[in-house]
Ligand binder design. Sequence first.
Ligand code: FRU
Length: 479
Amino acid sequence: MKLPIEIRYRPYQEWSEKEKHQIAANKAKSPWLTTFHLEPQTGLLNDPNGFSFFNGKFHLFYQNWPFGPAHGLKQWVHTESSDLIRFKETGIKLEPDHPHDSHGAYSGSAYAIDDKLFLFYTGNVRDDHWHRTPLQIGAWMTKDGHITKCEQILIEQPDDVTEHFRDPHIFDYQGQFFAIIGAQSLDKKGFIKLYKALNNKVHNWEFVGNLTFGGTGSEYMIECPNLVFIDGYPVLIYSPQGLSKTELDYNNIYPNTYKICQSFDTKKAELRGVSDSQLLDYGFEAYATQAFNAPDGKVYSISWIGLPDIDYPTDPYDYQGAMSLVKELSIKDGKLYQYPVPAMTSLRSTPQPLADLATTTNAYELELEIPANQTSELLLFADEEGRGLSITVDTATGTILVDRSHVGETYATDFGTKRHCSVPASDTKLNIFVDKSIFEIFVNKGEKVFTGRVFPNPDQSGIKQLKGQMSGSYFELVL
Ligand code: FRU
C-alpha cells in the first residue's frame, strides 16, 4: 500500500498505544489469518533475517514495519523454534534506533560465535535530502536475548556501487568466515561482492572481489544473496530484480533464483562450473529466500511469501506477508530439491482417502499420486459453483498448471493468474499444503515448488476432482 513518507518513517515512539491497538485489532478481523505459517504480529512482514541455530534453538527474525501494510522504517522481529515448524515471537527486536540504522535495520544474516549470536545486517541511513547511504553493520545477541549493536561500521559503501548495497550473508567456508553482499554497479547492473573476515574476526572485513557466478548482469540489482554448501556443492540463491526474461522465463514482478556450482575459489572470488539460472519457485510469490548450513549437517531455507511493490487483499486489515514453511534443501541427480522438514508430518491428523469434500478447514495437506498418461485436474478452495484454485497435472506432457483466477479476491493480475512448470512426463507425486490463504505445492517431493496466496470467499473451502485419475490422502493439519 502506498503511504506517505511521513507516516512510513514516523519514529516508533510517536505511535500512540491507541493507534497500535487499532492496528492490531484490525488485523485480528482478517478472514485469512493462517494457522501454521508465521505472520507478522502487526504490519508488514518481508524478508526472513538471521535464520540460524544458536543456544540449542533455531532463530528466525523477520523484516517488519509494524504500523501497516507498507514498507517503512524497518526492524527485525525475533522468533525461535525447536522443531522448525512452530516459531514463537520472543519480544526481542533489532530496532532502527542507532545513527547507523536510522532509516531501517535492513536484511541480513546471523551466525553463532562462541556464546553469542552475531547479527550482520544493513543499516539504511538517509540524510535531510533523503539521500541514502547503506552501511553494513553488526550486533551481538546474548543467550538471554540482549542485543548490543557494534559501534563501528563493518563495511562502508564502496566507490563502485550505488545506494543499493545490502543484505550481507555470513557463512563459514572451511573454517573461514566470508560474507556476500548484494549490490548495484554505477551503470545499474546487479552484482555480488565477496568479503573475508580478517583473522576470522567478524568486525574486520577485507574485500576479496566481485563474485564471478556466470551472471549476465541483465538484472539491475541483486537482493538477498546466500551461498550454501549442499553435499559440497556451492549453491547460490538470490533475488535478481529486473532479470531479463530471455535469461529466465518468469512472471512474478521479481524472481527468486539459484545456481548450482561445482566449486568455489575463495581467492579469486569465483564460483566455477555454474549452472544456468533456475527458478527457486514456480508460484506467484516467494522471495528473499534465506538459507543456511545448520550444525546438524542439513541445509534449511525459508522464503517470504510476498513480493515487493505488490498490494495485497489483506492491506485493508493493516497487515501483509507471511513466511513459507521451512524447507530442507538437497541435491539429487544434479537437481535442487526443496521439501518441508520431516516434523511437518507431526501436524497430520488421521488420513482420509482423497474424495470430494464440500467444506474443509482450509488447513490441510494432500498427498497425491497421478498416474502416467493422464490429464488430471483438482480444485482447492472450491465453492459450489465450481470455482477455486485449479491444479492441472498432465503426466503425458509433463506439465503442471496452477490457475488462481477463480478464487476470492484477486490481485497482482497484471502479472498473470496462471503459473506452470515442466516435470518428467511420468507418474507424479504432489504434496500440497493449504493454510487459509496460502498454498505450497511440492512436486515429486520437492523437485519443483509452487508457492502462492489466494484470498478465498467464505464459501470457498472445498476439494473437487474435476478430471483424470489421482489418488492419495487428505490430512487435516493442526499446529
Ligand atoms: C528485499 C529487501 C532487501 C532489504 C529489505 C528491506 O525484499 O528489499 O534488499 O534489505 O527488503 O526491508
